[in-house]
Write a protein that binds this ligand. Structure first.
Ligand code: SF4
Length: 406
């Protein structure tokens, strides 16, 4: 392990040239600095004299919704978990595997204690006995930072040793699905569970479990510290709040861009420095491959929760991939289905066989649209989890908007 100031391409290349090995640890705000900026004061105040329902009300006022993809109101989750008798657990979903998504990594590599304090506040709110952090193993720097900073929290007496358990994922996309993640935390093969019962009732080791995404907890800490207005004071196009868009593709400045939740694809491209020279916006993936592809003509739709449903898509984890006139939407959609074919856990037939069949049909010179539509319906109706249910979005939206290519 070694240190470089920032994980810029130049620094990484310089480190490689010096034959230093993975991981590159970026500069981040460590415990001392965080505490000297007033960090963990709110947690301490809550632990001594706080009322969890006050915090829940603040989170509700801020309008915080789950930022891992499902968008469920965070405050309501707390209520559901509290409604079940303890012992309870908190499980953090850090398995950021949605292609194009890298916002959690961005926050963790810069300010891990904002996330950790948010997690400890949520853990306090539901009286969690243990907080499990399920972190993807493809983020070695994040694992390094978290291990080090959890140790520092224990040494400083802010948490009891063992209260936070850091668990490494093993590279399966499906372990980002909350019930599969819970199976994996329990040491089993990560396959989604049937719901109900919901994880708020029967989660980790059959106990009521609060599951949160990393970024959601980052905002919990901010709301508690600065008030709900840190989120709800921003308004654009009738939408309230902020979104961390992970932007990649044909833009000049890819990366995480924190923008009003009412931003359209044009706002996002502009924030990302505009299109690359010589490229014209043709299509975009609004929220990971599960959200499929939308055409550039849909340039006035806010990319937020609920706004994309009428267009057969959803914002998911806000992983925006920008495609240009030099890209093939047909190839992009096929690539998405190949990904789902690889990552299907294989538990249910509509998804396991459906993804494989879809890839074969999409590899043909001309797509059999009727058969692909029939297959999509079966997958949406009969798959156990979101992977199989959402995979057809890429098929349907490509047939609808880019029919000349298929
Ligand atoms: Fe597994 Fe796919 Fe079924 Fe989900 S839909 S349980 S990923 S086979």
């Amino acid at each position: 392990h070694y240190h470089v100031d920032h994980a810029t391409p130049e620094n990484v290349l310089a480190a490689v040239a010096e034959k230093k090995t993975h991981p590159v640890i970026p500069e981040y705000r460590a415990l001392d600095e965080y505490v000297s900026d007033g960090g963990y004061e709110e947690l301490e105040r809550l632990r001594t004299s706080g009322d969890w329902e006050d915090v829940q009300a603040k989170v509700a006022e801020g309008g915080l919704r789950g930022l891992g993809g499902a968008g469920f109101p965070s405050n309501r989750k707390w209520g559901f978990v509290r409604a079940n008798p303890g012992p309870r657990y908190l499980a953090v979903n850090g398995d950021e595997g949605e292609p194009g998504t890298f916002k959690d990594r961005y926050f963790l590599e810069r300010d891990p204690h904002l996330f950790l304090e948010g997690m400890l506040i949520a853990g306090w709110a539901v009286e969690a006995q243990t907080c499990f952090i399920y972190m993807r193993d493809e983020y070695p720097a994040v694992l390094h930072i978290l291990a080090k900073e959890i140790e520092a929290l224990e040494a400083a007496g802010i948490v009891q040793p063992g209260y936070i358990e850091l668990r490494r994922g093993a590279g399966a996309y499906i372990c980002g699905e909350e019930s599969a993640m819970i199976e994996s935390i329990e040491g089993k093969r990560g396959i989604p569970r049937h719901r109900p019962p919901y994880v708020a009732q029967i989660g980790v080791f059959d106990r009521p479990t609060l599951v949160h995404n990393v970024e959601s907890l980052y905002w919990v800490a901010q709301i508690v510290r600065y008030g709900p207005q840190v989120l709800n004071s921003v308004e654009k196009n009738g939408r309230q709040g902020l979104r961390s868009y992970s932007v990649s593709g044909r833009v000049k400045n890819p990366g995480v861009h924190l923008l009003p939740a009412g931003s359209t694809i044009l706002d996002i491209v502009e924030a990302a420095g505009g299109m690359l020279d010589g490229h014209v916006l043709k299509a975009y993936q609004p929220g990971g491959p599960s959200s499929g592809l939308l055409p550039a003509s849909l340039d006035d739709v806010p990319l937020d929760f609920d706004t994309l449903q009428p267009h057969g898509s959803f914002i998911g984890s806000a992983a925006v991939v920008v495609l240009s006139d030099q890209d093939s939407c047909r190839d992009a959609a096929l690539n998405m289905l190949r990904f789902f074919e690889d990552e299907s856990c294989g538990q249910c037939t509509p998804c396991r066989v459906g993804c494989e069949k879809a890839v074969k049909l999409m590899e043909a010179d001309t797509w059999d649209r009727d058969l692909l539509e029939e297959l999509s319906s079966a997958m949406v109706d009969a798959s156990i989890c979101g992977l199989g249910q959402a995979a057809p979005n890429a098929i349907r939206l490509t047939m609808k908007h880019f029919s000349d290519e298929v």
